[in-house]
Unconditional design. Structure first.
Length: 152
């Protein structure tokens, strides 16, 4: 059973920026070949968007485990998470960021969640994860941690 799942795909603004690649590809190849320029104007932005979507990490809580991108950890080893939006999220990603933290941050997603770790053997103090639904991720993590504590 999945308690929470979110794929951090690019937003509309990022897709629009990728579409700007079309006229750029057209201008670069137009002096060489018209057919190639038209093909590149179609293919280049589509490849850029496809690469961003295919490479988008997943944030999930499933079977008592938190996953963020490639990393995963037992929810029992996490502490109470904090959600940040706006200027607080900017500070969490910037001036307040601990260099030892594990980050799964995407520039096209403003809110972040800071998840402290309670594993004494782990040198990482916390995870900082981008999410479009920070309050829901915090609630799902709290619920999963409570469920893990009851199961022990």
């Amino acid at each position: 059973m999945t308690d929470y799942r979110e794929r951090l795909v690019p937003g509309t603004g990022t897709v629009i920026v990728c579409l700007v690649l079309a006229p750029l590809a057209l201008l670069v190849l137009l002096p060489i070949t018209l057919a190639g320029a038209i093909a590149a104007a179609i293919v280049v932005p589509l490849l850029a968007i496809a690469a961003l979507v295919a490479g988008a990490p997943v944030v999930a809580i499933q079977d008592g485990e938190l996953r963020a991108g490639r990393a995963h950890i037992d929810v029992a080893l996490t502490g109470p998470a904090e959600a940040f939006r706006g200027v607080d999220a900017t500070a969490a990603r910037g001036v307040d960021l601990d260099a030892r933290a594990w980050t799964v941050v995407r520039g096209w997603i403003d809110p972040v969640v800071r998840i402290p770790l309670s594993d004494p053997d782990d040198p990482v103090p916390y995870w900082l994860v981008s999410t479009r639904r920070p309050e829901r991720l915090v609630a799902a993590l709290d619920e999963a941690r409570l469920t893990a504590a009851k199961g022990r």
